[in-house]
Design a binder for this molecule. Structure first.
Ligand code: HEM
Length: 299
């Protein structure tokens, strides 16, 4: 799959992602309603539509996967609710892959199906799992990062001014926002396959380890004044996308989406502001992936 997610391959998607972002901002601007909930108006639809187009899934089904993913990542969901959400999502994707197997198009799954037929490397169940992983990992994370990135910049006007003054700074601002919010804090969990000692701590083979990305990204020994949002920090070696062989497959796509959204949003709506005090926003302290449930904005 890595070949599908290279910087070069993804660069071809840039104009389409720009169109998608412009489309949802047009909709925002065409309404007289204020405040607007940015989560529903922009943060969630942009990555959902992008991942649907990439996978060749109909966007009209977005309620199916957005709703089920939200249940799956909510800490307060019961095991039964979570299991049902997973089962329904799997059933939906099973159907989608079955349809694609009978008519494979020239999209990501069409190419995987062709590969399966040629090399037999992935079977139907494998393709369903792949679709499951990409669809869930591909929209919820980026959506939360769009919302939090907007919160971060609007609540640090001097940082936003730097980005607005020179959009060349946006890529580094995106890296800093990824570091600062570390939305996937504890998703990297592993079992040690061997006895190992790290920084004086012994971990035995078979023991579970949950790595806190947030602690690493706020480590004062690595990042000076880590609690400060500094878009000019200029560091890319954060762990927001994990580390090692399971590092995020979609990181270049996520970076591109975030860069396009922030550039376009603040250029087209320069007077954008939060319509509620930051401390009153409903942050997702109840979810495995950090974010904000609603983000009222006005202009
Ligand atoms: C801001 C957005 C995103 C963040 C912060 C993020 C974060 C992460 C992290 C921390 C991991 C590593 C998990 C681990 O160590 O076990 C990961 C894995 C993964 N991500 Fe992302 N991700 C984002 C967007 C995306 C997108 C857009 C896609 C898909 C198009 C995607 C697909 C994946 C996949 C498939 C994996 C599993 C890779 C593997 O296990 O080999 N992610 N992501």
């Amino acid at each position: 799959m890595i070949g599908e997610f290279t910087v070069k391959r993804l660069a071809a998607l840039r104009p389409r992602i720009q169109d998608i972002v412009d489309h949802f901002i047009d909709d925002m601007l065409s309404t007289d309603q204020r405040p607007v909930d940015l989560v529903q108006a922009l943060s969630l639809p942009v990555p959902s539509l992008v991942i649907c187009e990439l996978l060749g899934a109909p966007y009209t089904d977005h309620d199916v996967f957005q709703g089920r993913t939200a249940v799956a990542v909510r800490r307060t969901s019961s095991p039964q609710e979570r299991q049902r959400a997973f089962a329904e999502l799997r059933a939906y994707l099973d159907e989608l892959i079955t349809r694609k197997e009978s008519e494979p198009g020239d999209d990501l799954f069409g190419r995987q199906i062709a590969r399966q037929r040629q090399e037999g490397t992935v079977d139907h169940a494998g393709l369903v799992s792949l679709a499951f992983l990409l669809l869930t990992a591909g929209h919820e994370t980026t959506a939360n990062m769009i919302s939090l990135g907007v919160v971060g910049l609007l609540s640090h006007p001097e940082q936003l001014a730097l980005v607005k003054a020179d959009p060349g700074r946006t890529p580094m601002a995106v890296e800093e926002l990824l570091r600062y919010f570390s939305i996937t804090d504890t998703v990297s969990s592993r079992l040690a396959t061997d006895d190992v000692k790290i920084a004086g701590v012994s971990i035995k083979a078979g023991e579970g380890v949950i790595v806190s990305g947030l602690s690493a990204n706020w480590d004062p020994a690595v990042f000076e004044n880590p609690a400060e949002l500094d878009v000019e920090r200029g560091v890319r070696h954060h762990l927001a996308f994990g580390f090692g062989p399971h590092q995020c497959l979609g990181q270049y796509l996520a970076r591109m989406e975030l860069q396009i959204v922030f550039d376009t949003l603040f250029r087209r709506i320069p007077t954008l502001r939060l319509a509620a005090p930051v401390q009153d926003l409903p942050f997702k302290t109840d979810a495995v992936i950090y974010g904000v449930h609603e983000l009222p904005v006005t202009w």
